[in-house]
Design a protein around this ligand. Sequence first.
Ligand SMILES: [Zn+2]
Length: 91
Amino acid sequence: MNDACPVCGLVFEREPGYFAGAMVVSYAIAVPTFGLIVVALIVAGVDAVVALVVGGAAYLVLVPFIFRYSRAIWLHLDWLIDPDRGSPVGK
Ligand SMILES: [Zn+2]
């Protein structure tokens, strides 16, 4: 991830540990996604234990996307609640 937006200059990490909040967003995306995969496999007739293992492996493919989107969603939520008027974007 870039330190700042190459277009508008927004510094993404507003403070140390800023993206810790993105872990909550990541969890909120990951749990339903994993659950949907496992339930879909069980409904398709796969054994529950096998569905958990296969679902976990399938979920790993999605981890890079969830990681990036959770940060982007966190940024949007945070700027929606607490816009920084002093930054290049807020002006
Ligand atoms: Zn930008």
